[in-house]
Every structure is written in structure tokens, then in C-alpha cells.
Design a protein around this ligand. Sequence first.
Ligand code: GDP
Ligand code: MG
Length: 303
Amino acid sequence: MSIPEAPPGFRSGFSAVIGRPNVGKSTLVNRIVGEKVAITSPTAQTTRNRLRGILSRPDAQLILVDTPGIHKPHHRLGEVLVHNARTAVGDVDAVLFVVDGAEPAGSGDAFIAEGLKGLQMPLWLVLNKLDRRSPKRAEEIRASYRELVNATGVFEVSAVRGTHVKDLVEAVVARLPEGPYYFPPDLYTDQPERFIMGELIREQVLLLTREEIPHSVAVVIDRVEEGEQLTRVLATVLVERQSQKRIIVGAGGSMIKQIGTGARQQMQKLISGKVHLELFVKVKENWRQSEGALRELGYRREQ
Ligand code: GDP
Ligand code: MG
């Protein structure tokens, strides 16, 4: 993969994607990039690290920094997430502020809007989940967000269905500065495959166990062995309590088997090849409270 010379008039830049947990940021990034980059789930706050999705076209390159939801911190992991979301906004060419447009603005949105005041770059307000909005409430909902932010432009989209997402992309790209290709055009994420593999496993855990296992789960990819016919992946699912381990393993190992099957299928798509996945479950008490454990797991505090 090499980086080509940008033609005259080429536009490029970075855009932060911010918003409350669960408003559809990851879904939107995936929709724009067209490949699965960020994990999505019905439970809030699933994106832990900053994840970049890259859209490359003959005339432009847009790099989306998918951030964890900005929220009020409850414990150390929360603090790290907030810190990383804030720094993501510091050094970008555009900001996409994504909200759940099926509902009027709430205090969480107001909290974020406050943090966005005085930004110099274009700020795009994205009212997502258009497919779920009652037409009767459209005006009321629009007005509640308009009151919060003075946006460069407002788009009503459905990330799930793709409605109006192209219009949003066109507007964002049109206001990017002229610049080079930052990444090879055939790359859709700059995150190593290992990290994405871990996220795919975590996604299955969250999907299959729902509320029973909250966010006290982390995944470490212990080893990736690439063979001719098959890629062998060894990974460990870390939880905080013995009771959580029991849920994840399931009766006679039934749950971990289901998690493994789901994750393996996603991984095979990611690497376009056969995957053999071995999963282990370990209890590591209070890993969320310990800075050392966070670092070990790759949740680095970014400068
Ligand atoms: P994030 O926390 O902001 O990254 O949110 P996700 O992208 O993980 O999405 C959270 C949930 O909202 C998932 O269940 C998505 O399927 C759902 N979702 C995202 N976009 C839309 C949308 O446009 N319409 C509907 N109905 N659901 C959506
Ligand atoms: Mg997300």
C-alpha cells in the first residue's frame, strides 16, 4: 500500500465524531466508510479507544475519529474516556456532533454543546435516527438542538438506513482544507487488525449477554498465527467477577461457544480468510480502577 500524490484541488482532513453514548456515532462512521470499523451495540459506551475510519475518494480523503461518548465520569475508566474524547476535538479540521434526533435535546447534549463553544473549525450537527422520529415532533426536536449549538450545517440522517448520509459527507468534504492523502487510499482504518479483532469479540460478548455483563469486560488478543490456510487467534476475555465469568462461559461452555462463533464469523470477513479462534475467560478484579491494568489492556491515556 502506498500513498499517491494528491491531484490539484484535493481536499483532506480529520473530523472528530462526538456525542452522547448510543446516539449512533459508530454506526455513522461505519456507514460513511462502508466497512466495519467501529463496533456498535444496543448498550451504551461500547467504543473505548479512538478509532479512525478513513473515506478515500479521487477528490478527497476524510478521516473520522470515532470517539467514546463524552459523559460525566463515574470511575477511572470514565475519566480516561472523557479525556480522550476531549483531546480528539483539539486537533481536527471538522467536528460532527451526533445526537439522537428522535428525541429533543437533553442535559447530556447540553453538556457536550457547552464544551464545543468557541471552536474554530466547521461544526456539523447530525440529527441521527431519522427513521425513528415522529414527523409531528420534527420542529420541536430541531428547535431544541438549534438552541444548543450554532452549527455550520444541520443534517437529519439515519445512519442505519443511510438516509441523507451522502449529503452530510459532501458538505463536510467541501469544507475540508486542501491537503495530501494522509493514508493509502485502500486503507479504511489505521487501527491494527488485532485491536479490531478484540473489539469484534467484545461486541459479541455485549450482544449476547446484554445487561448481565456491563462494561467490565475487556479483551486481550494473546496471539495471532497466520498460516497458509488458516489464521489462529488466541484471546482472553477479562471480567471483574467470578459471577461474570460464569455468565460468559455459560452452562457447559454454551455461551462462550456462541460468542466465539459470532466473533469468528466477523473476523473471517475482516481478514477475508479462515479463522480458528480460541477464547479464554479470566477474572481480573477491579481492572477498571487500576491505571496500570488500563495501560496493560491498551486503554492508553492520550496526550
Ligand atoms: P455510539 O455509542 O454513539 O457509537 O452508538 P452506536 O453506533 O453503537 O449505536 C447505538 C445503537 O443505536 C445501536 O443499537 C444502533 O443500531 C442504533 N442506531 C444507530 N443509528 C441509528 C439510526 O439511524 N436509526 C436507528 N433506529 N437506530 C440507530
Ligand atoms: Mg460507538
